[in-house]
Design a protein around this ligand. Sequence first.
Ligand code: NOJ
Length: 670
Amino acid sequence: MKKIPFRQCIAAIMLVILSCSAQKTYKVASPGKSNEVTFSLTKTGQPQYILSSGKTKVLEPSLMGFEFDGLPKMTDGFKVLSTEKNTVNTTWDQPWGEFKKIKDNHNELTIHLEETGGQKRKMDIIFRVFDDGMGFRYSFPKQPNLDKVKISNELTQFVFPADENVWWTPVHRENSYYESHYRKTSMSRTDTINTPATFEAKSGLFLAVHEAALTDYASMTLLKGKNNTYTSELVPWADGTKVYTQAPFATPWRTIIIAKKPGDLVTSTLMLNLNEPSKITDTSWIGPSKYIGIWWGMHLEKFSWGQGPKHGATTKITKEYIDFAAKHGLNGVLVEGWNTGWDGDWTADGRAFSFTQPYPDFDIEEITRYGKSKNVRLIGHHETAGASQHYESQLEDAFSLYNRLGVNSVKTGYVNKYLDKKEWHDSQYGVRHYRKVIETAAKYKIMIDNHEPVKGTGLQRTYPNLMTWEEGRGQEYNAWSNDGGNTTDHTVLLPFTRMLSGPMDYTPGNFGFDYKLPQGAKVNTTLAHQLALYVVLFSPLQMASDLPENYEGKKEFEFIKQVPCIWAETTVPDAKLAEYTVIARKDWNSNDWYLGAVTNKDARKLNVPLNFLDAGKTYKAEIYADGAGADYKSNPYPVSIESKTVNSKTVLDVNLAPGGGTAIRFSEVK
Ligand code: NOJ
């Protein structure tokens, strides 16, 4: 018998051991089989997952795990105790939104893990795979060796197959509440980035990494690593801890939308499906609103928030705004600067603000009485300048006052680098505060429009009184920013980036382009583009942001008056990221459709098939397009308004000027 050398023998035995220990894989595919997750443990017993879409790899093996302060980490040394599968196929109704009905069809795989040695601690990972993407969360059951914990790191990887191109904003560098322009670079050239982050993968897929149901936890940002890898980087408390918690607890869902074309990002309902159903049973008091405000006047320095000769929030001016709103069928008037605390540098320390004490020239009782007589509601305003504890100490009184006066929506604000001088808006500290505000508001039947918020993660499903929020560069940057104002591609891109986290109070509707402020910012769109934004940028509370005098007598204002702000259906006939966007939506309350098309700095001609219209019906299309010579740079005003008869077979020529847009209403001709 031929002798096998000792070394070769050992090598052969090792190979057998390794292949025997080759880890078992656990797979779960989406109902339509388009996407699939494969879970396994590495050789050291660390959880990992792979994500694919058909034959395309979306994510390579990506590790999962946790580190704690003062406790052994939970990264490797796991075994799979058991697994469970489940399928959901239901449809649920929204009280408002971009769709009336949402289908939740997913397959779920739960992996129950336990440490093989040491403390035998347990951790579950739950995957839900949909045809539009995937979400997973960690869940820590109640157990003897894991009780109160301080999470020092969540180590969830997203390992891409290539150095993909990504649209991103930096974390806490340019500001602390996401108000940056998106930029596109390869992954390797990013910082730590915010989510939603939108990837244009080399495979041709469009991907968006984000999270859903952020509850009593820190926001997830993405820390750039080597080899096409991002790792979750939780936003810390001032003391460095990421999350204070106690088992049982579950993390938010880590989500990836998988889209074949840009429009599929917009119509994905993954984030909402991964949130809990409404905790508010009677939603009859929750509804859309179109509003104007004593607002742009402050940004243009026509008015002041604080007291003095230019004080905007006076009884007289507010009544004039109420009259204007009533005349034009708008049902809300936002008034900023109505309460004491604005005098001097209000951004420095919000502890001067009272949320119940009006300035002497603002008769809130008379104003709300007057508004009621004209069917116009005052929209409340609570600027905190980041003093969230001070705000919390007045929260009940503040909402109770508004509730008594019939004010049913409130815009909140947190202009300051930090909350309470040291905590990030998107830390667990901030997440807890914003939730408290939403819950307290719900108690008083008040809807919230949150400026300088924590990013949206679909909580509006659970608390439908969370209507809209800022989380981005809004129209206001066109007044006072020192970089020229929002870029021409900013609004074109928002539906595929920022808006993946929910509605945005961008405050469109600029009609007056000729103001001059020392910083030199301007609106870099045409007027028709501003009209199209009412369809392109979803917000159930939607502002007509300009001064009333800029709307008075303008025929283009008719579009703003008519356009709804909640929608039964949404579709994206055409789009190229940051170049042009065409979105069509069906009115929530009628069979009318609306279309908004916007372009960046380049003029273009688009052929838009109207196949979203009901087949066999005839529609009148009222078209507000860029007029002759329109150009965002030098001539933003011209709008041509014409009517055409169209049907679902029509392919419409849409001509967009540089920085331009087209807004269309389609109403059925009986
Ligand atoms: C910033 C908000 O975004 C803006 O809309 C508001 O006018 C100011 N803060 C003052 O509260």
